[in-house]
Write a protein of this length. Structure first.
Ligand SMILES: [Ca+2]
Length: 171
């Protein structure tokens, strides 16, 4: 009988522990792999208020023509030659048909290798709602390990909009 009680007791403990591991009570969590720490630019556009996740997003307006972005050298990211850059982000515009874009501007020793932009206008049609944007840029074949891959939000008309959850990847 004692053995059975011990067995049941053990099961309760194991089951209880297993369940605890599955649930998270975190009200907030974040991560930072430190590899991208030096690459970010225009972080002074980050403001508290309208946000897709949490409380903060990059705000563009009459003061900020350039929003969140990054500018790493190829050699700081990979030993290989990347062919593509992909940016995913969420955008909230206060005006419909947003005239702004994501720019990909690879530069080596001050020389531009092929400036490209992904226009928000066909994607961000409605005002005051969050929309996910995915932009892919083919990189020029002549990039080198020292090429800087400048990728950032451009707001030439000084409109007000917000950008959050900006993801950058190369392949
Ligand atoms: Ca956020």
């Amino acid at each position: 009988m004692k053995k059975y009680i011990l067995f049941i007791f053990t099961c309760v403990i194991l089951f209880g522990c297993g369940k605890k591991e599955e649930t998270s009570n975190a009200l907030f969590s974040t991560s930072n792999n430190m590899d991208a720490a030096n690459f970010w630019m225009n972080i002074n556009t980050i403001t508290k208020g309208t946000a897709h996740t949490g409380y903060y997003a990059s705000k563009l307006d009459t003061l900020f023509q350039f929003g969140i972005g990054l500018n790493p050298k190829v050699k700081d990211l990979t030993d290989k030659t990347p062919k593509k850059v992909t940016v995913k982000c969420w955008v909230y515009s206060t005006t419909p048909n947003l005239e702004a874009s994501i720019v990909c501007d690879p530069i080596i020793n001050g020389e531009k290798l092929g400036w490209k932009n992904f226009d928000f206008k066909p994607v961000i049609k409605k005002a005051n709602e969050w929309t996910e944007v995915i932009a892919t840029f083919d990189l020029p074949k002549n990039i080198t390990p020292d090429t800087e891959l400048g990728v950032y939000i451009w707001n030439p008309n000084k409109l007000m909009f917000f950008v959050d959850d900006f993801e950058f990847s190369i392949e």
